[in-house]
Design a protein around this ligand. Sequence first.
Ligand SMILES: [Zn+2]
Ligand SMILES: [Zn+2]
Length: 264
Amino acid sequence: MSLNACVSCGGRVVSQAREAAVRHWARQLSRQARYPVIYRLLAGLSICAGCLETLPVIGDDICRHCGRDQESCEGNGELCQDCTQLHEEALERNRSLLHYNDWGKSLLGLYKYRGDERLASFYGTLLAVTFLRYYDPAQFTCITTVPLHGKRLYERGFNQVDLLATELSRASGVPVRSLLQRTKETAKLSKQRGRIARQESMREAFSWAGDTVFPIAGASSYGPSKILLVDDIYTTGSTLRSCATTLRAHLGPFYEIHSLTIYR
Ligand SMILES: [Zn+2]
Ligand SMILES: [Zn+2]
């Protein structure tokens, strides 16, 4: 694949041809002050004009907890059906950029199983755009990721989400810290039926793996006190909630745990 080929269709990436689409998305995704940086991030994506124009971006009317598009529901900032049933949440909220459609499924599959470096940069940049769309990076202590079980890591050779976090860190200036480890090997989510089954299998699937000096005592009321948990997709949210519960149990209530994923 040549350097200026589209990561999605393989077509040629011609900057002039996609200028309108870059501007359109930069306007849609940024508040005033963020426009230049979001514009620059989007302009650097290895994606052609046609694919960029049809990016399945989640709109502004979303569930205030999980970030799901609420186009069909009334009122902005309300909870979606699933989130009204959650209680005592360690996970403050989730935000995502794209709808998980067939296009997303095949592109993410390609990345997960082949570890394409250009897709790592592509997805890392999309995460950076999402981070800036919804958050102020200055409020975050660190970025951390959902870990793979040792066996899965060995099979795959790398944790695809770690590469994305590295890219996100480079773009946002927020450091990556490894805070969790997977203690239980869970069946692939795609093989698990239903929400309850997923929640059950995720229970206590993680444990604290950060160093003991984290958090910095007393820093929470002055310095940044949010932690960004990164994953590729929020499906039912049970994985991210399980991670957040583990982080909360170790760090206490002063740190807010927020999650960021590419797909929702
Ligand atoms: Zn394309
Ligand atoms: Zn929701």
